[in-house]
Design a binder for this molecule. Structure first.
Ligand SMILES: [Zn+2]
Length: 664
């Protein structure tokens, strides 16, 4: 019985280029969708750009364009990146659409009617110069708990403490550099706790992975708080109908974008929207998301759907992050790999294969290790899989005019390959991709072993054994075809080339049941070539600065007088020792020589520097900084560094300067 399934992957935020983190998610989702379609199910895959919110508004302003122009440009880049990686969306749309506005308003009005919306005043940081309320991440200052400078307004990266922007010491607005003031405004809240009984039941209904359901229990125990769903103008988003000057918080309308994209598809294809979204719908709804947005998809989203009279998701599948050579993707380390940079260096399907070989159904991170990547492509994809076809094809072409034998010489071996398809299908469906790839590669070993034993290259020397050569190579090509069918969800383009070569298009997973005999094959052309390991290095060599991602410099802060500047005693210092600080991921402990005096300085530069790189370097420090007591010791100065989107860079004098020199 074919299932009707609607699938989504999370909406990528439209304020930067597509990177391999996005690609991990859409590839995982795409493999699943392609498998379900191949298995005969009616499966639709929709997605959209997430386009609203303060960052997009400010970024467009900094570029001197409208937000619509910005999201139009990013959306076009993103579509072409996804297409290059073979992502087979049925519809890719945008949350800045009339469908999304209508559906979001409809959802809100239903929540109001159900009594699930409440209003109350909120005291918030306000930038008087910019004339706007500041999101938490737009206020920076010194942590009120551990006194680490340059922390965001919601939490401290050093001590992990949480607070509000107004708690920060010496807080400044990131937008204008001016100190924010506290201002009150009425906000609109969604009463999440109204849905606790439903959520407790739904989270244990099989809709979530067990480890996710356990995480939710912690959130239930902590208590479900009201969710602030409004933002004051200026904001780029959807206006709230009964609250002039107020907009829906981007996270309310973003998941509605799944429905909006689907509604747009319904209109194009004449599908029935309600059949998928009404509460008693028999269609399935699957969301693929990163583990960082679980709260939104496993609490807010099902609750708002329920409150607005829609169905709830059948399943939310969360996955881990992509790391590069064991490190978090980072712009300052040059490991922030954009889709474009990857495409300039390597074939897209190699990434799809590598991911499939690494992905399981859990939340663990996947590491893009370059050595492993090259090994898997060269040893598995090229050395094992493609090798089967290239070893057999020429004998059929040369000796038999491209015609396959009329029967398989070893039907039992072929049946083993067919039977293995049952377990492989289960693995794809349950997101056990690594297990599926393992099984397919074990079969590839068996196919190669078969050819090794039959030695068609020896038999081909004896014209009397021509029929034997044809039969053995027909067997080999059929084993190869079975494996290509099993990998078709992962390698759609390569599978298509293989089908063209074999002269037999594959339309269904069970096409494997019928071997190809007595038919003609086309000329063999290389299906995959080895990876040059130097190509992988191109992914990380230089930190990325594309035009789309040119860092925008923050506005200049309020003026100071020459006297005020002179109060800061800046000195050249030589780093004598540097070490990691246990319990502080961002800090390095430096011992610096100030031309006689020795100081200890804790600097938040660990993300960009290894301790051993720093010894002997000259830097500029604030020598008359009031000593600050940290958990790990006393910091007796501050090392100057340039920071921004491009990373973090220590400031040093030109060659010749010596420790202790005054900087002015
Ligand atoms: Zn702190």
């Amino acid at each position: 019985m074919p299932r009707r399934i609607l699938v989504t992957s999370a909406l990528p935020y439209a304020n930067g280029p597509t990177h391999l983190g996005h690609m991990t998610e859409v590839v995982q989702c795409d493999i699943w969708v392609r498998f379900m379609k191949l298995a005969g199910h009616e499966c639709l895959y929709v997605c959209a750009d997430d386009t609203h919110g303060t960052p997009i508004m400010l970024k467009a302003k900094a570029e001197g364009i409208t937000p619509e122009e910005l999201i139009g440009r990013v959306g076009a880049e993103r579509r072409s990146d996804f297409a290059a990686f073979g992502i087979g969306f049925d519809n890719y749309y945008t949350t800045h659409s009339e469908e999304n506005r209508r559906l979001t308003v409809r959802m809100y009005e239903a929540l109001v009617a159900g009594g699930h919306i409440t209003r109350r005043p909120v005291l918030q940081a306000y930038d008087e110069q910019a004339g706007m309320f500041l999101p938490d991440r737009y206020v920076k200052g010194t942590c009120p708990l551990c006194r680490t400078p340059d922390q965001y307004g919601d939490s401290c990266e050093n001590c992990s403490g949480t607070y509000t922007p107004l708690d920060l010491i010496d807080a400044v607005s990131v937008v204008t550099g001016t100190p924010p003031v506290a201002r009150e405004s009425e906000h609109i809240f969604f009463k999440l706790a109204d849905f606790e009984p439903m959520l407790r039941q739904w989270t244990r209904s099989g809709a979530l992975q067990a480890e996710v359901a356990n995480k939710l229990d912690e959130w239930f125990d902590a208590g479900l708080r009201d969710w602030d769903v409004s933002r004051d103008a200026p904001y780029f988003g959807i206006e709230i109908p009964d609250a002039p000057g107020k907009y829906f918080y981007v996270w309310l309308d973003a998941p509605v974008g799944y429905m909006a994209s689907f509604e747009n598809l319904c209109r194009r294809r004449g599908l029935d929207f309600d059949a998928y979204w009404k509460p008693d719908s028999t269609a399935e709804l699957h969301h693929f998301i990163g583990k960082d947005i679980l709260y939104f998809h496993s609490l807010f989203w099902p609750a708002t759907l329920e409150g607005a009279g829609f169905r709830k998701p059948t399943a939310v599948h969360a996955h881990g992050f992509l790391t590069v050579n064991g490190e978090k993707m980072s712009k300052s380390r040059g490991t922030f790999v954009t889709a474009r940079r990857y495409l300039d260096a390597l074939p897209p399907e190699y990434f799809r294969y590598f991911l499939a070989a690494k992905l399981g159904p859990g939340l663990v991170d996947v590491d893009l290790n370059f050595d492993e990547f090259a090994t898997r492509i060269n040893a598995e994809l090229v050395g094992k899989l493609v090798n089967i076809a290239s070893r057999c094809a020429s004998f059929i072409q040369r000796g038999h005019d491209g015609r396959l034998a009329d029967a398989l010489p070893d039907p039992a071996l072929y049946d083993e390959f067919v039977d293995a398809g049952i377990g492989i299908a289960q693995a794809w469906e349950s997101l056990e991709y690594a297990a599926a790839v393992r099984e397919i590669m074990a079969l590839a070993d068996r196919a190669n072993l078969y050819i090794d034993r039959q030695k068609p290259w020896l038999a081909a020397r004896d014209p009397a054994r021509a029929a034997e050569v044809q039969a053995v190579c027909t067997q080999g090509l059929n084993l190869f075809r079975a494996l290509m069918i099993y990998l078709k969800p992962v390698l759609p383009a390569m599978a298509e080339r293989a089908e063209a070569f074999l002269g037999a298009p594959v339309r269904h997973w069970r096409d494997v049941d019928q071997p190809l005999v007595g038919t003609r094959i086309a000329e063999y052309q290389a299906l995959a070539t080895r990876v040059d390991p130097t190509a992988l290095q191109k992914l990380v060599e230089t930190p990325m600065t594309t035009d789309a991602q040119k860092p925008v410099a923050p506005a200049v802060t309020a003026e100071i007088s020459a006297e005020e500047f002179a109060r800061i005693d800046l000195r050249v210092a030589r780093i004598e020792a540097a070490s990691l600080v246990e319990g502080a991921d961002r800090l390095l402990q430096l011992t610096v020589d100030l031309g006689g005096a020795r100081r200890t300085v804790f600097a938040g530069i660990r993300s960009a520097y290894q301790p051993e790189q720093l010894i002997g370097r000259h830097v500029v420090v604030v020598a008359n900084m009031k000593p600050r007591k940290l958990r790990f010791g006393v910091s007796e100065g501050m090392a100057l560094a340039a920071t921004g989107d491009g990373g973090l860079f220590l400031v040093g004098p030109d060659a010749g300067a010596t420790a202790g020199m005054k900087v002015s």
